[in-house]
Design a protein around this ligand. Structure first.
Ligand SMILES: Nc1nc2c(c(=O)[nH]1)N[C@H]1C(S)=C(S)[C@@H](COP(=O)(O)OP(=O)(O)OC[C@H]3O[C@@H](n4cnc5c(=O)[nH]c(N)nc54)[C@H](O)[C@@H]3O)O[C@H]1N2
Ligand SMILES: Nc1nc2c(c(=O)[nH]1)N[C@H]1C(S)=C(S)[C@@H](COP(=O)(O)OP(=O)(O)OC[C@H]3O[C@@H](n4cnc5c(=O)[nH]c(N)nc54)[C@H](O)[C@@H]3O)O[C@H]1N2
Ligand code: SF4
Ligand SMILES: [Mo]
Length: 707
């Protein structure tokens, strides 16, 4: 049952969770408690989670509560002065004036836009169009660059197309062996674990590659714990063994791939003994992994942020894809390579034009035919569309720079880089140096608190929109309740700003109307949504892209007949191992890796406002091995300083054997003294421009004061 014309829920609204890319189905019913009076009820019919939710999903209505969020626009009258409530017209006037002033003084590229993978398809599309058509700036990118961009680049290189999973999640229990590389779904996507237990119940095997013995690794038949940043060497070692043991699928290689001789040579030059030495994974474990992976007819490799958030993430994923290709996996039933996309709309958010190099439909901004197609839909001259801009970190690094190519004003929608960007103290300083910052957010995030104007926006249950899940399934997240009166949708913000900047048409407020234009803009592109509509998604509970026409059934499984490359063949990457940008040294002898905990989400902007989640995970910590703790003279709960060349974070010790002795781990969900990203390295992958969140050199010391 949906909201009626007044937005009132008569019974239960079928919708999806506001958080991660699993996009669990849930029902919302008006109930007693806080949080807009909505309560979450299970929705058993949605196949991905069949009613199961993690604590974040279950407690999601708490952030609808006006007490937890922004309910009126805020403006600052003087730099360094306080934020004060303002009317919407005043706030929008101020934003339009702030952006226009930077443009008039320094040119269109002095205005930047930073988006997010949590934004709906409609918002991501409208934001990209706003940047290119209204602001005419090339300087737009988004937080997805920090997420799955290396896997996207490697997938595009190998298969000619990047859709996180080329098959539905329901295929996972039917494969014979699954290797999860740097993925911890037991904490990051708990309902996903059911697919892993079913896989094992069906006789399949699970291999987990993670420097930590995570809750996911506990479920595995085999856990490989490489040194952070060495997954590429590990994959090459496995590929070497595949060839040496005569397990390569020569018929598949001949029929469906290109580039094997070079990839084979790279692997053969990479001895398993070298892999053992570089990764720290014993040779017998490498042999066992090859045996488990090659034995069954079907097998899969899925990567997440572990191997991807490295300065060689694209090549690393390429090496894992090479392992899949050499053993004949991609494009066969219940087999292949996939990436576990992270944010709610991490998939759709990378398809519709908020990326620095890209136009809707996953089109390239440098392709003249793509420019002509999209310009025609937008009613502009293709020559007026700007070219590619800077990647996310490079854009943040250019903020407030007093140089001809500095970015002086920024519109930020759906990200909290003060907490989540690498080398965050530097990024925070760049943000503070801006002439003008406008932030659209649901809550007073750490980044919003630095803005000149804060625009309070509506969120998931208060608005309708589409998201594309990690399966490539386009979903409808429905409105269930009216927002507080002071909040407006991101689409309304763009509409109001466009009008003030001379574009009174082209930016509708209604998501279904935006989607109709998105369909046309994506038609014929790699991510083709032309056959999808809000009504159809509602009727079918999701449609898998590509879906080029209303009669087309959608595409749950890709690549069965051919890959999306010009010759239809998948391309081997043929890569070599190289060290991380920063290796341990006498001064910084340990490795820091970073990631997530179950109860907090990303920068924590939303989940730190939910009492149940805070009780479960109240603050940052430094995970370290008992032997390392003994060497450092550290006991449980002692305050530790973790220092790198970029800065220092302080958090209590959490000692346990579930991590390598040469590595410490910090979650990145908190600001302030325990901010992990003060320490992380912004070294970028040359192709994807992904920063090296997962590896940097640190020293760890006990600091005085209260534990
Ligand atoms: N609870 C929770 N769930 C979330 C999120 C959240 O913030 N909180 N965020 C969502 C988003 S946007 C994303 S991207 C996903 C991320 O989902 P995951 O990728 O599962 O999460 P991470 O914790 O970043 O990293 C996964 C694992 O990589 C390991 N790792 C670290 N370094 C290396 C390495 O060098 N090699 C290998 N092989 N592994 C390594 C870490 O120990 C960690 O256990 O989660 C989504 N779901
Ligand atoms: N050290 C380290 N750092 C990391 C990572 C790591 O593994 N280690 N992972 C990286 C990854 S994978 C990711 S995805 C990033 C994510 O990091 P961020 O981009 O900071 O992600 P969120 O915390 O989800 O920020 C989203 C913001 O948008 C707001 N928001 C939510 N919905 C909407 C909406 O509809 N409209 C608007 N306008 N705002 C909305 C939220 O309240 C929140 O303030 O962090 C990256 N940073
Ligand atoms: S797993 Fe992800 S989508 Fe599912 S309830 Fe948890 S946060 Fe929401
Ligand atoms: Mo992410």
């Amino acid at each position: 049952m949906n909201a009626d014309a007044t937005g009132t829920v008569s019974s239960i609204t079928d919708t999806h969770c506001p958080y991660c890319a699993l996009q669990c189905g849930m029902g919302l019913r008006r109930g007693p408690g806080a949080g807009g009076g909505l309560e979450v009820v299970p929705r058993e019919t949605f196949p991905v989670n069949r009613g199961a939710l993690c604590g974040k999903g279950q407690n999601a209505p708490a952030v609808l509560d006006p007490a937890a969020r922004l309910t009126a626009p805020l403006v600052r009258d003087t730099r360094g002065g306080p934020l004060r409530p303002a009317s919407w017209p005043e706030a929008l006037d101020r934003v339009a004036a702030g952006l226009a002033a930077a443009r008039d003084r320094h040119g269109p590229d002095a205005v930047g836009v930073f988006g997010g993978g949590g934004l709906t398809n409609e918002k991501a599309y409208a934001l990209g169009k706003f940047a290119r058509v209204v602001l005419r700036t090339s300087q737009i990118d988004y937080n997805g660059r920090f997420c799955m961009s290396s896997a996207a680049a490697a997938g595009t290189r190998a298969f000619g197309l990047d859709r996180g999973l080329p098959f539905p999640l329901a295929d996972i229990p039917r494969t014979g062996c699954l290797i999860l590389v740097g993925a911890n779904p037991a904490e990051t996507m708990p309902p996903f674990v059911r697919h892993l237990t079913e896989l094992r119940a069906n006789g399949g095997t699970l291999i987990v590659v993670d420097p930590r013995r995570t809750r996911t690794a506990e479920l595995a038949d085999l856990h490989l714990a490489p040194r952070p940043g060495t997954d590429l060497a590990l994959a090459l070692g496995l590929l070497h063994l595949v060839v040496a043991e005569g397990r390569a699928d020569e018929a598949y290689i001949a029929q469906r791939t290109s580039g094997w001789p070079a990839a084979r040579a790279a692997a053969m030059a990479h001895w398993p003994e070298l892999a053992e030495r570089v990764t720290g994974v014993p040779l017998p474990a490498l042999r066992e992994a090859v045996r488990l992976f090659c034995a069954p007819e079907a097998a899969m490799v899925l990567t997440a942020r572990g191997p991807e958030q490295q300065s060689k993430g694209t090549d690393t994923v390429g090496a894992w894809i090479d392992l899949c290709l050499a053993t004949g996996r991609p494009g066969r039933p219940y087999s292949g390579y996939g990436c576990l996309t992270g944010q709610g709309n991490g998939q759709g958010g990378r398809e519709h034009g908020q990326k620095a190099d890209q136009l809707p439909g996953y089109r390239s901004l440098t392709d003249p035919a793509a420019r002509a197609h999209v310009a025609a839909v937008w009613g502009v001259d293709p020559a007026d569309l700007p070219g590619p801009g800077r990647s996310a970190y490079e854009l943040l690094d250019a903020l407030g720079r007093d140089t001809p190519d500095g970015v002086r004003a920024l519109l930020l929608m759906g990200s909290n880089p003060v907490v989540s960007a690498p080398r965050a103290a530097h990024v925070e300083a760049r943000i503070r140096a801006l002439d003008f910052l406008a932030v659209c957010d649901v809550v007073a995030s750490e980044t919003a608190l630095l803005a000149d104007v804060v625009l309070p926006v509506t969120q998931w249950a208060e608005e309708t929109g589409t998201l594309t899940s990690l399966e490539g399934r386009v979903l409808l997240r429905r409105k269930a309740v009216d927002p507080p009166p002071g909040c407006r949708s991101d689409l309304a913000v763009l509409n109001g700003l466009a009008a003030r900047l001379g574009h009174t048409t082209g930016f509708p407020v209604d998501a279904a109307e935006v989607f109709e234009e998105l369909r046309r803009a994506s038609a014929g592109g790699r991510a083709d949504y032309a056959g999808i509509s809000h009504a159809r998604i509602a009727a079918e509970d999701g449609v898998f892209w590509p879906c080029p026409s209303p009669q087309h059934p959608g595409t749950p499984r890709l690549f069965l007949d051919r890959f999306a490359t010009p010759d239809g063949r998948a391309r081997f990457a043929g890569v070599e191992h190289r060290p991380s940008a920063e290796e341990p040294c006498a001064e910084y002898p340990l490795l820091l890796t970073t990631g997530r905990v179950l109860a907090q989400y990303q920068s924590g902007a939303q989940t730190r406002r939910v009492p149940e989640l805070n009780a479960a995970s109240p603050g940052p910590f430094v995970q370290l091995h008992p032997r390392l703790a003994a060497r450092l003279g550290v006991s449980e709960g002692n305050r530790l300083a973790v220092e790198s060349r970029r800065g220092r974070a302080v958090a209590p010790a959490r000692i346990g054997a579930g991590i390598r002795e040469d590595t410490v781990f910090m979650p990145f969900h908190w600001p302030g003294a325990g901010r992990a990203n003060t320490v992380t390295n912004p070294a970028l992958d040359p192709t994807s421009r992904m920063p090296e969140f997962k590896v940097c050199a640190v020293r760890v010391t006990r600091v005085g004061g209260e534990d």
